[in-house]
Design a protein around this ligand. Structure first.
Ligand code: K1U
Ligand code: ZN
Length: 175
């Protein structure tokens, strides 16, 4: 039986969130982690989650950006994802991050991207993403490269957010 488990999500600042994750060599070995990450993402709740956020420094992400409450879920698992094309046109979206709770900021990114990746079954995939899916997949691939959305902000604002998160972590450790 393959029971799913919630994983702890790392909170910024943590050196593991600043590390470039390594490639996955055996996709089929990632099934349990993918199931756990999807459960953790839906539970949070969130629309995406990258393996480094649960302390695993390997290039895998999960996402489900279906917004309509009555629409069926569309969980996706991307292993070794790579952006192979980005649009000139950009989009601004108010992003959040499960590793930086309760902080939201407008971030500008390419409006459309084409991504290649390997599935859990080992098949090569390619898809063009737009709208929230495009924003989310770029945010998650940034996590695999040790980059957070606050890295796009001015240094002073980033520093203020980092201090707030340090305080939050101290309070959590005391509770
Ligand atoms: O990677 C993460 O930290 C997850 C993050 C993904 C993301 C959000 C917004 C723009 C780009 C990427 C989140 O899921 S934050 C939570 C969130 O966006 C949300 C929570 C509940 C309902 C709907 C969205
Ligand atoms: Zn994030």
């Amino acid at each position: 039986m393959n029971t799913m488990a919630l994983r702890d999500i790392l909170i910024h600042p943590d050196p593991r969130l600043k590390t470039v994750a390594g490639p996955v060599s055996e996709p089929s070995d990632m099934k349990k982690l993918a199931d756990d990450m999807l459960e953790t993402m839906y539970h949070a709740p969130g629309i995406g989650l990258a393996a480094p956020q649960v302390g695993v420094l390997q290039r895998m992400l999960v996402m489900d950006c279906v917004k309509e409450e009555d629409a069926p879920p569309q969980p996706m698992v991307l292993i070794n994802p790579k952006i192979v094309w980005s649009s000139e046109e950009t989009n601004v979206y108010e992003e959040g991050c499960l590793s930086i709770p309760e902080i939201y900021n407008d971030i500008e990114r390419p409006a459309e991207v084409e991504v290649t990746w390997t599935s859990l079954e080992g098949n090569e995939q390619s898809q063009r993403f737009d709208g929230l899916w495009a924003t989310c997949v770029q945010h998650e691939i940034d996590h695999l490269d040790g980059k957070l959305f606050i890295d796009y902000l001015k240094p002073l604002k980033r520093q203020m957010i980092t201090r707030k998160m340090q305080k939050l972590k101290r309070e959590k450790a005391r509770a």
